[in-house]
Each structure stands twice: as C-alpha cells, then as structure tokens.
Design a protein around this ligand. Structure first.
Ligand code: UD1
Ligand code: CA
Length: 458
C-alpha cells in the first residue's frame, strides 16, 4: 500500500474575502473550507497530513484542534512551490506527496484516489479540468501527442495559451523523493516573481519522469474560493449534491433548492421535509417524520412518526415517536420528549423531560422540569425556574392537570393526579390528587355605577 503524505496549502490571506478571518476558516455548509479538505483527505488510506499555514496561523491551528495533523509555518507566501518546500522536511522519502489546497473544499475522495493511482514512484500526476472560463488559472499545455508538456500561469501565457480551457486545479501527486530533487531547482523568473509549483512539470519531463494527468469532469468540484460570491456558489453546489443524494436515498425534499444540510442527516423511510429547512450537526430522523417549512434542527434525534410543524427550532434534544411539535415551537438543549407527547405553538421547552402522552399545547415556558405521563399543561403556564442566580426544578407527577395561566415557582412538586386551578401562582408542593388554587378570589357587586364623566365646560 502506497504511503500518502498529504500537504494542504493554507497559508494564503484571502484578500478578496475582505475578512479578518483567514480564508480557509470561512464556512461552507457549517464546516470550514479547510475542514472539508481534511475530512475528504481523511477518507484516504495510509496518510499523514501536513498543513502549511501563514496568515492567521494561530486561528487555523485552533480550528483544527486535536485532529491528527501537523502544521508547517510558511512565514512569507512566496508561492506554491515555496509552500510545499516548507513541508518537505516533514515528509517521508518513500511516500507519495498529495498536494491539496485549503480553499478547494468540494473535491471528492474518489477523485483524489484516481489522482493518486495515476502516479507512482517514478511518475507524477496533475489533476486538471476543462472549464468554461479559465481566466486567472494555470493552463495545461499539451504536445502533439496530447501529453502534458507544461503548465503556464495566466499572467505568463501567450494569447494562444490563454485560449486553452483545460486548467491546473493545483492538486498534484508527486513522489517525495523527486520533490526533494525538483523543489530546490524552481526559480522565480516569471510574471509574479513567485516560486511556482507548476514548474515541476517541466523539471519532471526533463528528468525523464512521466507526468500523467487525471481529468476531473465537474468544474465545481475542483473550484477554488477567492471571494464570497464563489463561496456562495459552491455552497449551493454542495447543497444540491447533498439534496440529490438524499432524494435518491428516499427522502422527500419538497424543493431541493430550498434545503440546507450543515452536518449529517440520517433518515428512515418516507421522511418528508418541506421548504427552507436547515439541519445542522448530527440529525437523525425516524421513518415517517415530517418537517414543516422553515424549521431549524440542530443535533437532535427524532423518533418515527413525529410531526414537526412549520417554524419550529429544535436544538440538542431527543424527541420520541409520534410526537407533535409546533408550529412555532422552540425546543432547547437538554430536552427529552417521550413518545406521543405534544408541544404546541409559542411554547419554549428547556432542559426538561416531557412524559409520554403529555401536552404543552399553547404559549408556555417549561424549564428545568420533569413531567410524568399524561400531564396536561394549560395555555400560558410558566415555570419560574430562575431567581436571577440559581435554577430550580419543577416536578409534575403523572396525570397532573395545570390550569391555564399558572406560574409554577420552583423548586416545586405537584404530585400525581393533582389539579391546579387556572391563574394560580404555585409556591408550595401539591400532594397527590389534591386541587390547588392560588389566586385572588373574585367579588361581584350588584348595581355597580361606573364613575361618570363631567360634561365639558363651554
Ligand atoms: C494556483 C496555480 C494555478 C492553478 C490555481 C488553481 C501555481 C503557480 N498556480 O494559482 O496553476 O490554476 O492555483 O486554483 O501553483 N499558498 C500558500 N503559500 C503560498 C502561495 C499559495 O499556502 O506562498 C496557498 C494558497 O493559500 C492557496 C493555494 O496555495 O490555498 C493556491 O494559491 P493561489 O495564490 O490561490 O494560487 P493561484 O495563483 O491562484
Ligand atoms: Ca487561487
């Protein structure tokens, strides 16, 4: 098995992003551009990874965290060959170097595998692509046999070379042993005065080493990002690609162009997702789950048969089977809804357990609470769980009925079968099957005469 040394070039500033963030840390589908590249390279076997960093080096290091990669600092960005040169001491002489760009996020593992397979100990390979508009990119110059003879940068190209629409994607597979010989020979005698990695093609050919090309037929897969317009375009491309995969795997998307996946979705059979739904992090949906328009789900698990109506937001929660949520519900982190429970419109649930078949149907806030089975929470019920410093728990037993507009002042327990009258402010525990009413009594006065307005003076 060939050993692969991945070298990710990520030292550039990304001037055209007009950002304080280094370019490779801008996000596409919820992950940084660099993370996309690392994840893709991570699927290759037998690899080590070097990331060449420069601009925003510390931020880039932090974003990578504890992932198994090494960093090489390129103090000055003197060109792509110079960048690879910085990584050279860290490479293994027996390995094949795979050069990737931190700002080319959508390349597929299968494309990289083809590129790797096109090279061996005695030959290198360049990933090319035929594009509609090659402006600014390096052109692939071929001889009369159709073999690559050079890569010429746009700024150095003749008019005839500028007409070539096959471009250098920048990704290459080169034996490390050969890099050691060629990199020191690269000069800066070009329009930009940079060390061009692309010069390696001519050096290889001069040394009698074969140069193969692997042609990628999807322009966007190998497109680099230089500005926010390209970032937005590639985001769409990625979303279309993911939406297509989901549709073909049996998930209904009412409109694949209005669906955003910023993480990973696992879905059962006959899942339906309406327009403008955003799924972030790890989301798993059981069979027959239906999600209405404009919902946002982040890191959550939803049991089969559950219906999430429009405009609901669910985060870090576990939802059981056959539940009903929304429209306009907000389920916050730490919530667990048992099977067949219901949370209706304008209800916020935070870090609470909602028991099986329990209902919080309208206009309520339930925080730090545990609800048993078959609990009914009336409209406008609020758990007062916070005194400004500490959080307290509300415990409601099975079959508890809370009348509308109740304030449950925690810590408080309402035991099984108990009933709370509407409009109560509950500050003391209620025992099993008791009725608690805590509100001002109503007084009615017969023949009440309202205050009269005096006639206006002329
Ligand atoms: C490069 C290629 C060009 C190719 C194009 C594809 C060269 C000379 N040119 O051009 O043939 O068509 O990519 O996008 O290789 N980087 C560093 N350190 C440096 C210079 C660059 O880390 O000193 C990194 C950048 O951050 C970026 C990548 O290398 O991720 C490419 O650099 P960039 O300046 O965008 O190369 P281009 O001139 O566009
Ligand atoms: Ca570029």
């Amino acid at each position: 098995m060939q050993k692969i040394n991945v070298v990710v070039l990520a030292a550039g500033k990304g001037t055209r992003m007009f950002s304080s963030l280094p370019k490779v840390l801008h996000k596409l589908a919820g992950r940084s551009l660099l993370q996309h590249v690392l994840d893709t390279a991570g699927q290759l076997t037998n690899t080590t990874t070097q990331i060449v960093i420069g601009h925003g080096a510390e931020l880039v290091r932090q974003s990578v965290g504890s992932q198994k990669v090494n960093f090489v600092v390129q103090e000055q960005q003197l060109g792509t060959a110079h960048a690879v040169h910085q990584a050279l001491p860290a490479l293994d002489q027996q390995a094949l170097a795979l050069v990737l760009y931190g700002d080319v996020p959508l390349v597929l593992t299968s494309t990289l595998e083809k590129l790797i397979n096109a090279a061996d100990n005695n030959s290198m390979a360049v990933l090319t692509c035929k594009v509609a508009d090659p402006t600014g990119l390096g052109r692939i110059v071929r001889n009369s046999n159709g073999d690559i003879s050079a890569i010429v940068e746009h700024k150095d190209a003749t008019a005839a070379q500028k007409a070539i629409n096959e471009i250098n994607t920048g990704m290459m597979a080169i034996p490390v042993e050969r890099l050691l010989q060629w990199l020191p020979r690269i000069k800066t005698n070009n329009a930009q005065g940079e060390y061009y990695l692309t010069d390696i093609v001519e050096l290889a050919l001069a040394d009698g080493c074969r140069v193969h090309t692997s042609v990628c037929d999807d322009e966007q897969e190998v497109a680099g990002i230089n500005n926010r317009l390209q970032l937005a375009e590639l985001e769409r491309h990625y979303q279309q690609r993911e939406a297509k995969k989901l549709l073909l795997a049996g998930v209904t998307l009412r409109d694949p162009s209005r669906f955003d996946l910023r993480g990973k979705l696992t879905a059962g059979q006959d899942v339906e997702i309406d327009i403008n739904v955003i799924l972030t992090g790890e989301v798993s949906l059981g069979s027959n789950v239906s999600i209405g328009a404009n919902c946002e789900l982040r890191n959550c698990q939803v049991g089969s048969g559950t219906v999430i109506a429009a405009n609901s937001v669910i985060e870090d929660a576990v939802i059981g089977k056959h539940c009903s949520i929304g429209p306009f519900a907000r389920i916050r982190p730490g919530t667990e809804m048992a099977d067949e429970s219901k949370v209706g419109n304008f209800v916020e649930i935070k870090k609470s357990k909602i028991g099986r078949h329990s209902k919080v149907n309208h206009l309520s806030y339930i925080g730090d609470s545990e609800l048993g089975i078959d609990v009914n929470i009336g409209a406008g019920t609020i758990t007062c769980n916070y005194d400004g410093v500490n959080k307290f728990k509300t415990i409601l037993g099975d079959n508890v009925f809370i009348g509308s507009n109740t304030a449950l002042v925690a810590p408080v327990t309402v035991a099984s079968g108990a009933t709370v009258g509407a409009g109560s402010v509950i500050t003391k525990d209620v025992a099993e099957k008791q009725l608690a009413i805590a509100r001002g009594r109503q007084s009615n006065f017969d023949g009440w005469v309202r205050p009269q307005k005096l006639p206006k003076k002329p």
